[in-house]
Ligand binder design. Sequence first.
Ligand SMILES: [Mg+2]
Ligand SMILES: [Zn+2]
Length: 209
Amino acid sequence: MPQTPPRFVILDRDGVVNLDSDQFIKTPDEWVPIPGSLEAIAALNQAGFRVVIASNQSGIGRGLFEMSALNAMHEKMYKALANLGGRVEAVFFCPHTAADGCDCRKPKSGMFEQIGERFGIELRAVPVVGDSLRDLEAGVAVGCVPHLVLTGKGQKTQDKGGLPAGTRIHDDLAAFARWLVTGDGAAPAHKSPAPSHEPPNEAPRAQPR
Ligand SMILES: [Mg+2]
Ligand SMILES: [Zn+2]
């Protein structure tokens, strides 16, 4: 088999990896993984996927918690993941509020563009997993393939409708990982062979530049 380039998955954090709260997740103690989510990340890693998180954290801009608290939450996540043999490459976060008018707060795609630059990858066809419409919209804006999980705000998001075309729905991150690693998602994205003159960045999977 030819060597395939590393593939990426971009995840939202709150409501996808950890339990969400309308009161914000402000401390490491409040950061509690959704059952099976860390195992799912480890399973994605095992299958050759690199996992990156892109998360709106307006609690910082609102003064609800400090950067040190956010770092401590992520230390807790990295440690818990390491115990399972899993890892997240990086957490990209937007600390702004909607009033700041930044380019990184989802549904804007700024964090996704940063991810593309940091890892030198084409974002086209990279799966994006979220529980809110704005997670999916931010990803779709740069060509990612949208996946909604029903954890966190996911059920509400599904009920509201208006999801981007082609959104796949999974019970939780564990179900998404099973789908991607062993299910239909493991099949090539496009059945028809691509013309050989097609440039590499038109390939169905993320490739290094
Ligand atoms: Mg969320
Ligand atoms: Zn921002």
